[in-house]
Design a protein around this ligand. Structure first.
Ligand SMILES: Nc1ccn([C@@H]2O[C@H](COP(=O)(O)O)[C@@H](O)[C@H]2O)c(=O)n1
Ligand SMILES: C[C@@]1(CO)OP(=O)(O)OP(=O)(O)OC[C@H]1O
Length: 158
């Protein structure tokens, strides 16, 4: 049997000099406002995996009300989602992520992000796709107010 899931996450830009994306520190003129490190790629991926397993969402597993997740490295969240996936008898078939922002440019960092995500999910690199688009200067991402990511995953019986 297979399971499909999708996830979406947004964070507002704030003060800072980098954003975390797919577990990678990407230099930028802004940071993001978040309880954790605000990694929209990983948060969207976690929600896709939790969704595929019908296990709720990232806020249920890592409540923003809990101090222990303040400034947390989001790789911890993905590692946990991968553990639950394995415990339910699944492995990652493939994942496809789209980052939505005018800047920073994601392309130069996508390989490093794919490597980090594949490591946490315990799968081959070619099962992970991370790509990006602008919104042609339209909407909140177009105005540079924030950054978004959407993710789809297919889980297969291990
Ligand atoms: N943050 C981004 C946005 C886009 N890219 C790359 O540029 C290509 C063109 O983007 P459009 O929104 O104009 O279609 C896109 O296909 C990506 O390859 C990027 O790296 N980072
Ligand atoms: C990741 C968590 C951790 O408390 O907080 P944030 O970093 O604010 O990120 P969000 O995407 O709003 O998900 C909710 C929380 O689980």
């Amino acid at each position: 049997m297979m399971r499909i899931g999708q996830g979406f996450d947004v964070h507002i830009f704030g003060d800072g000099d980098h954003v975390m994306l797919g577990g990678v520190r990407v230099p930028h003129t802004r940071g993001v406002v978040a309880h954790s490190d605000g990694d929209v790629v990983i948060h969207a991926l976690c929600d896709a995996i939790f969704g595929a397993l019908a296990l709720g969402d990232i806020g249920r597993h890592f409540p923003p009300s809990q101090e222990q997740w303040r400034n947390a490295n989001s790789r911890i969240f993905l590692r946990h989602a991968a553990k639950l996936m394995r415990e339910q008898g699944y492995a990652l078939g493939n994942a496809d992520v789209t980052v939505i922002c005018e800047a920073p440019k994601v392309g130069p960092h996508s390989l490093a992000m794919r490597e980090a995500v594949a490591e946490e999910l315990g799968c081959e690199l070619d099962r992970i796709s991370i790509k990006a688009t602008t919104t042609e200067k339209l909407g909140f991402t177009g105005r540079g107010e924030g950054i978004a990511a959407q993710a789809c995953v297919l889980l297969v019986m291990a």
